[in-house]
Design a protein around this ligand. Structure first.
Ligand code: NAD
Ligand code: MG
Length: 366
């Protein structure tokens, strides 16, 4: 097939997405050449991955500092950077990747939520490939179509581990219960975001930026089987849906193989007869206030999504440390949003400052 392999940098290679990306790169050594790997603190795993893939260049951001991540994003020999960092820590790397003219395979949704206003003007068509399963689905449903003929984007939500519960049932939920996602196995932060439905809110903001559609045309539908990864509704009444098994290796590989498709290296067939039926319902934004807060912050725009994200990161870390209860996450995010004076987004430096201020404020509220 391809003559020269695509030269890939994986940021966050030791995480849930990163490890799956390493697995795919190991399966396609003739098509994918990993030129650098970065992680935060998992030194041993990073070294093992580098040895397995024969990668000379690694960065441990805890030791080398965040600037070293930006250097990897700008590596002259790299064609594509997979940003699989978690949180706003990924913003500068996303920005540097696009600025350097390289393809950005984006798992790190927080960078789009925080800095979408700055990232999207840098991205030429085909330069930004979403890895988040819903956005990878929307991207594929939109191929060959004209966005002016789109009525709505429908983002599917599993509802998380607490689907069907009311606020009183959520008061005393534990860390372990919140981490037990019914359909996906993921990193801790996104698992908690899935339990609060903040994840879906972040995804609505991510979709708004990626596909340049107003919030009024981005809908969330609850679909507990997570079989349909998202849908696009067109003006003629047609819906296009993307289906597949719940395995992130599919969207990760697609971002690496795009515009081609390569055989899955595992059993990726979806048995529709076995599945039997698909269910849909409206998400409960009264119980899961984080989804409502995210949609409001997205709609208001400017620096508010940055505040939403930073407050959420602090609150989720505190919940994971058993410092606060589950519903405190929403309380902290709501208080930080209410106290913030919205500004238009003008620079990365401004966003980093708003992020830092919000983290300090959220920490006081714990
Ligand atoms: P994870 O926690 O499993 O891994 C995060 C990676 O980032 C690790 O390699 C870690 O070392 C590194 N990291 C963490 N903090 C860092 C910091 N401050 N500076 C530099 N590096 C840091 O996370 P994950 O579940 O793989 O998620 C990664 C991103 O992908 C998130 O933005 C998440 O929302 C998104 N995503 C994940 C999934 C999934 O299935 N896990 C699905 C869709 C989207
Ligand atoms: Mg997703």
């Amino acid at each position: 097939m391809s003559e020269t392999p695509l030269k890939v940098v994986i940021l966050g290679s030791t995480g849930s997405i990163g490890c799956q990306a390493v697995e795919i790169c190991a399966q396609y050594p003739d098509r994918l050449e990993v030129v650098a790997l970065a992680a935060h603190s998992s030194k041993k795993l990073l070294a093992a991955q580098a040895a397995e893939l024969g990668v000379a260049r690694t960065v441990l951001s805890q030791v080398d500092g965040p600037g070293a991540l930006v250097e990897l994003a700008e590596l002259p020999e790299a064609d594509l950077v997979l940003n699989a960092l978690v949180g706003a820590a990924g913003v500068e790397a996303s920005y540097a990747t696009l600025k350097a003219g390289k393809t950005l395979a984006l798992a790190n949704k927080e960078s789009m939520v925080v800095a979408g206003d700055l990232l999207m003007p840098l991205a030429r068509p085909g330069q930004l490939l979403p890895v988040d399963s819903e956005h990878a689905a929307l991207f594929q449903c939109l191929l060959g179509e004209d966005t002016s003929e789109v009525t709505n984007l429908w983002i599917t939500a599993s509802g998380g581990p607490f689907r069907g519960r009311k606020r009183n049932d959520l008061l005393a939920v534990t860390r372990a219960e919140a981490l037990a996602h019914p359909n996906w196995s993921m990193g801790a932060k996104i698992s908690i975001d899935s339990a609060t439905l903040m994840n879906k809110g972040l995804e609505v903001i991510e979709a708004h930026h990626l596909f340049a559609l107003p919030y009024s045309r981005i809908k969330v539908v609850q679909h507990p089987q997570s079989c349909i990864h998202s849908l696009v509704e067109y003006v003629d009444g047609s819906f296009k849906a993307h289906l597949g098994v719940t395995d992130m290796r599919i969207p990760i590989q697609y971002a690496l193989s795009y515009p081609r498709r390569w055989p899955a290296a595992f059993d990726a067939s979806l048995d529709l007869c076995e599945l039997g039926s698909l269910d849909f319902s409206r998400p409960d934004t009264e119980t899961f206030g984080c989804l409502r807060l995210a949609m409001e912050a997205g709609e208001a725009g400017g620096t508010l999504p940055c505040v939403l994200n930073a407050a959420n990161e602090v609150a989720v870390a505190a919940f994971l440390n058993s410092q606060i209860g589950f519903l405190d996450i929403e309380r902290i995010v709501e208080t930080c949003l209410a106290g913030h004076c919205r500004e238009d987004v003008v620079s990365i430096e401004q966003l980093l400052a708003v992020d830092a201020e919000t983290r300090a404020k959220a920490t006081e509220l714990l």
